[in-house]
Ligand binder design. Structure first.
Ligand code: NAP
Length: 309
């Protein structure tokens, strides 16, 4: 392995894997780093039905298929929890991990994804191991035949409500407005379920429990001002995501929420550093768009590295 790679790819989600595929096929050397299994968030997705050419595939199966494709080209994911990316005077990027490892590269593609936005109400942290969850696919089974609430009104909240409705006794989706943000097709599927309902115009003010387990949520109806306690065994929170851009925050321009600002070729404010998928501004956060970003950034990175000579 050369000491300075042509390209360092941070994050082995669909975007990072696709960048690795394109860079390798263009003859570039690379290191592909991730702190978890290849495939990123697809591993936590029940099934994928909206990736062109694939009618239906379970999330983990798709993650494996993508990783296997890249492995066949000789690229394995290197384990690394990236703490910081810096740049030397000669333009070389240095990726610092929380261990001893450091990686040097002529170009860098950051596809580190995003993490759940927290509600920030009392009880959320306290009951994280006792009924508060951000992943129905991971934790839904523990609530078999129980009552759960889902917080949020976007695609994730409704998709995961549908998933949970097949396992639990009842799913009440608590949404802060009188209209869901989720795609109509998901809404239609959810409302077909007898055990699914929406608590409209309502916010969760506190998650309450006993003996370390969730027993309910205190809610406020924003229109009427009425408060109530809804009994439940689990609280699934799906109110959006925040970017995992900490490693490059001191290096590149970001928007007020930390999403990396990029141009149409995925290049950040620093030449040779690209951001793809959920970590960049204005991402539609789809597998298809992450893969597209990964290909775009790789094409740009190949041109950049080749121009360096
Ligand atoms: P999202 O689209 O940003 O929706 C977040 C939801 O949470 C919104 O309904 C929002 O309410 C609500 N919310 C935000 N902050 C809140 C707070 N502090 N308290 C209460 N509610 C709050 O996020 P997402 O559902 O995670 O989806 C993220 C992206 O992934 C989207 O682009 C989505 O299309 C995509 N996605 C796609 C699929 C699919 O295609 N199958 C599945 C999952 C996700 P308001 O509506 O009032 O703003």
């Amino acid at each position: 392995m050369p000491e300075t790679q042509d390209v360092l790819i941070l994050g082995a989600g669909p975007g990072g894997l696709c960048s690795a595929l394109y860079c390798t096929r263009a003859g570039l050397s690379s290191v592909l780093l991730d702190r978890g299994p290849a495939g990123g968030q697809i591993n936590n997705t029940e099934a994928v039905e909206n990736y062109l050419g694939v009618d239906y595939m379970e999330g983990p199966e798709m993650a494996q298929a993508m990783a296997a494709h890249v492995e066949r080209l000789g690229i394995e994911v290197t384990y690394g929890n990236v703490e910081k990316v810096t740049q030397e005077d000669d333009g070389t990027f240095v990726v610092h991990t929380d261990g001893e490892d450091k990686f040097h590269g002529k170009a860098c593609i950051i596809g580190t994804g995003s993490h759940p936005r927290y509600l920030g109400v009392p009880g959320e942290k306290e009951y994280r191991m006792g009924g508060v969850s951000y992943c129905a696919t991971c934790d839904g089974f523990f609530f078999k035949d129980k009552d759960v609430v889902v917080v949020g009104g976007g695609d994730a909240a409704i998709e995961e409500s549908i998933y949970l409705s097949k396992i639990v006794s009842s799913v009440r989706c608590i949404h802060r407005r009188d209209e869901l943000r989720a795609q109509q097709v998901l809404q239609d599927r959810a409302f077909e379920k007898d055990n699914f309902s929406v608590v409209w115009d309502t916010v969760v003010e506190e998650i309450v429990g006993e003996n370390g387990r969730v027993t309910g949520v205190n809610v406020l109806n924003k229109k009427t001002g009425e408060t109530d306690r809804l009994s439940c065994d689990g609280v699934f929170i799906y109110i959006g995501n925040l970017p995992n851009s900490e490693p490059v925050r001191d290096l590149v321009d970001t928007d007020e929420n930390g999403y990396v600002i990029v141009d149409h070729m995925m290049q950040s404010s620093v030449e040779g550093l690209y951001a793809i998928g959920d970590v960049r501004i204005e991402s539609v956060r789809q597998i298809a768009s992450a893969v597209g970003d990964g290909a775009t950034a790789a094409v740009a990175a190949v041109a950049y590295v080749n121009a360096l000579g």
